[in-house]
Design a protein around this ligand. Structure first.
Ligand SMILES: [Fe+2]
Ligand SMILES: [Fe+2]
Length: 184
């Protein structure tokens, strides 16, 4: 279709800043990383649901939706700047855990890996003097502080819930928190 002009193939007329190749590569990598984090959280949610841990399942499902929104944010940034985002294959997530503590630690590990990925994009954006992606990544850097804080808190709370009874109390507590959040 000759009349179709792809944004990714035309010379940007309005934008004076071309996105540097290294930054494009890093943004694409991070977008796919966010998608695989969403997949990872979905795996965690399913495992919790299978154990009837409805609060944890709902919480991980909410995180999965947030990771998808993060991927979308990066995708839109590239698209807005005339670059077609490149989707990669996503590996199957971990869906079996030794314990809830193991699952919580897995979530924390995913967040820490995500922070490293975001820092790498930011470093590339700084080196290339690409200001728009620096600003975008500043939002993500800030977001990761919160994400790592809740994941750490979850690991600590699960660790201090020593018996099955206190774990299900914790699960119900999360369920109630999410229900209140949904109401407000
Ligand atoms: Fe994220
Ligand atoms: Fe996250």
């Amino acid at each position: 279709m000759a009349f179709v002009h792809k944004r990714s193939e035309r010379t940007p007329l309005m934008q004076k800043t071309k996105v540097p190749a290294k930054v494009i590569a890093e943004l694409n990598r991070q977008m796919n990383h966010e998608l695989s984090a969403a997949h990872g959280y979905r795996g965690l949610a399913l495992w919790c649901s299978d154990l009837n841990l409805k609060g944890f399942a709902a919480y991980f499902a909410k995180q999965a939706a947030e990771e998808l929104a993060h991927a979308e944010k990066i995708s839109k940034h590239l698209d807005d700047r005339g670059v077609m985002p490149e989707l990669a294959a996503i590996a199957a997530p971990k869906q079996n855990f030794k314990s809830l503590f193991d699952a919580a630690q897995h979530a924390l590990g995913m967040e820490q890996a995500n922070t490293e990925g975001i820092n790498a994009v930011y470093e590339a954006a700084l080196a290339a003097k690409d200001y728009p992606s620096q600003v975008l990544m500043q939002w993500f850097i800030n977001e990761q502080v919160e994400e790592e804080a809740w994941a750490t808190e979850m690991v600590e709370r699960v660790q201090s819930a020593t018996c099955a009874g206190s774990l299900s109390d914790l699960d119900r507590h999360i369920e109630r928190l999410l229900a209140d959040e949904a109401k407000s």
